[in-house]
Write a protein that binds this ligand. Structure first.
Ligand code: TXA
Ligand code: MG
Length: 326
């Protein structure tokens, strides 16, 4: 059930508690409404992807309280810090290499080695982030393919029944998403034009922003810099062959495993949200256990299954994701 409530100190505190328990809270920012979850919880982040109904994992912006919090999550070069000082809090999102020991989970980054960060300039967003005390992962609070919401009513139209709470803070001031600048390549790159004009950013940087290569705009979740497991994956497996370990779903392969076989079950109960939450960790776990070949159980192509299968296909055929990422 979705609680739609006006944002005040009481409802924001309840919202933070919902986030702490792994729930979803839509909240206003100065740009558009965000669909928030605890960025540290893969479970909660999986619920975001489920609620949005996206066919692949798109990396999410981690909303943080201030520059210090951003520096715990990302390695920010001097030029990025300059922009942060000039535009935060505000409608600028900075993409930079994820810091070792950052709290955002890998699913929030969609498996990328980089992370998108923003300090929003809206009292409700800021109060929610500080009440949680951790980064809030949030895409725009619309269903996939719909326009970004600028009122709580828009959020409710798209996500009622799919989120736990919608904090109503009125119409957003800007109505346009944040500008996204990446510091992962040789030069600062404008990934998405948005509420902060390019010229303002270039003035602070003292340099022109580079244009992204096509793949970066179309599908940042699909570039080559993803974590790819060493293990060779055989998808849609109905049995475990000699020398294989298994990545299971719903206990399908577990029942067939010889004693001593490594079997990791993404969700013994056959729950696609749980499977999404475990996916990246289990791909790494296969490598940590030195697995060379793994049979992967059939995963239904519904709900989050579509995004999980998309990611597994890329992991199984690394050639598929060899779009150069800069
Ligand atoms: O104004 C905004 O930016 C709003 C409010 C809620 O903050 N958020 C928003 O999020 O528009 P979303 O998910 O709709 O768009 C974020 C964009 C996506 O296109 C995503 O691909 C990109 O940011 N992004 C996130 N992390 C990235 C990364 N590590 N590398 C490249 N792009 C990234
Ligand atoms: Mg969006």
């Amino acid at each position: 059930m979705t609680v739609l409530t006006s944002a005040d100190s009481g409802s924001i505190a309840r919202g933070a508690q919902i986030l702490r328990e792994g729930g979803l809270v839509a909240f206003p920012t100065e740009t558009v409404y965000g669909l928030g979850a605890d960025a540290a919880s893969a479970w909660a982040v999986a619920r975001i992807y489920d609620a949005k109904g996206r066919p692949s994992f798109n990396p999410l912006i981690a909303h943080v309280a201030n520059i210090e919090a951003a520096r715990r999550e990302a390695v920010l070069p001097d030029a990025a810090l300059k922009l942060a000082e000039a535009f935060w809090p505000g409608a600028l999102t900075i993409v930079a290499p994820a810091a070792p020991g950052g709290s955002a989970c890998e699913l929030a980054r969609a498996g990328l080695p980089s992370i998108a960060l923003r300090v929003p300039d809206h009292p409700v967003a800021r109060a929610l982030i500080s009440a949680l005390g951790r980064p809030v992962a949030a895409p725009s609070a619309n269903r996939s393919g719909h326009v970004s919401p600028v009122t709580a009513a828009h959020v409710a139209e798209d996500l009622s029944g799919r989120v736990d709470m919608i904090l109503d803070g009125g119409r957003t001031a800007t109505g346009l998403e944040s500008t996204i600048v990446s510091f992962c390549g040789a030069r600062p790159t404008l990934l998405r034009p948005g509420a902060v004009a390019r010229e303002k950013i270039e003035r602070v940087l003292g340099a022109k922003l580079a244009a992204p290569i096509r793949a970066e705009i179309m599908a940042p979740g699909m570039t080559a810099s993803h974590y790819a497991p060493n293990a060779r994956l055989r998808l849609e497996a109905h049995e475990i062959r000699a020398g294989e370990s298994a990545l299971d779903f719903g206990g399908r392969l577990t029942a067939l495993a010889a004693p001593g076989t490594v079997v990791l079950d993404l969700s013994p109960a056959g729950d696609l949200v749980e499977a999404a939450a475990n996916l990246f960790a289990y791909l790494r776990e296969l490598d940590a256990r030195g697995v060379e070949k793994a049979a992967v159980a059939h995963i239904p192509e519904r709900g989050l299954g579509e995004a999980i299968n998309d990611r597994l296909r890329r992991a199984a055929a690394p050639g598929l994701s060899q779009i150069p990422a800069q």
